[in-house]
Design a protein around this ligand. Structure first.
Ligand SMILES: [Zn+2]
Length: 253
């Protein structure tokens, strides 16, 4: 069972790399990927609701393949964001949400700005996926995700890119935060220093690390090949955990 835990889907082809749900299903079939966690492309217009709707519909059409996560952009305003969250949970049945402080330009653990939203997510019992990376080390540092994990111990958090999204990654900090807070799971997409993946598995255990491609930004085929090589010396059990079991049974249940 292969679950890709980081895929961006668009409601329509707005740019050259956008993929729709139908494109994604074809891509998954071609690469023998069973399921994918999908969240919005996060366009520079900052809209999320159109893509959230497309993902909600995609999950209805392909319930065995598509796991929808709503995109939230607090820059659209607190009321709008909480309304979108409510719609995503009640109407689409999303089990998680993605927030990207780098793309939407905010500090992720800003108590007056993001905490009211994060508090609601914790209450709803859904998963929060947070971008973390060197493209905005100030606003999305793993240490800030540690603060959120500490303040919301019941909330399961996916640390997307485990501090990567460029080189040199903030991987040591990501792994350290994972060691300190059991509610943090590392999502190893856009990790270009591959030793970080093996080190995370050795330090945290294979059940705390999840595979993701970040398609369409990174080709699925390439990331699958990288993981095949990186995980070569781990047991079959450990490979299965990272490649899909964790996200389904440890993060989403
Ligand atoms: Zn991504």
């Amino acid at each position: 069972m292969i679950v890709d835990a980081d895929v961006h889907v668009s409601a329509s082809k707005r740019g050259s790399i956008d993929i729709t749900i139908e494109d994604l299903i074809r891509l998954m079939d071609k690469n023998k990927v069973d399921k994918a966690i999908c969240w919005p492309m996060l366009t520079y217009t900052r809209q999320v609701s159109e893509d959230n709707k497309a993902i909600g519909e995609g999950m209805k059409t392909y319930p065995d393949r598509i796991i929808g996560f709503g995109g939230l952009n607090p820059r659209l305003g607190p009321k709008e964001t909480l309304n979108e969250l409510k719609k995503c949970v009640e109407k689409y049945g999303f089990k998680g949400f993605k927030m990207n402080g780098a793309r939407d330009n905010y500090v992720i653990d800003d108590k007056s700005f993001t905490y009211p939203i994060i508090e609601k997510l914790s209450e709803e019992g859904v998963v929060l996926a947070l971008h973390s990376g060197v493209n905005d080390p100030g606003g999305t540092h793993p240490w800030r995700i540690g603060n959120i994990a500490k303040d919301f111990p019941k909330l399961k958090i996916l640390m997307v890119h485990m501090g990567g999204a460029g080189v040199p990654g903030l991987h040591d900090a990501a792994i350290k935060m994972g060691e300190e807070y059991p509610n943090i799971f590392l999502l190893g997409s856009e990790v270009f220093q591959f030793r970080a993946i093996t080190e995370a598995i050795k330090k945290l255990g294979a059940d705390r690390v999840c595979y993701g491609s970040d398609a369409p930004f990174s080709p699925m085929k390439v990331t699958l090949a990288i993981y095949g090589a990186v995980l070569e010396d781990f047991s079959e059990e450990e490979k299965k955990s990272v490649m899909g079991e964790n996200i389904l049974h440890k993060v989403l249940n």
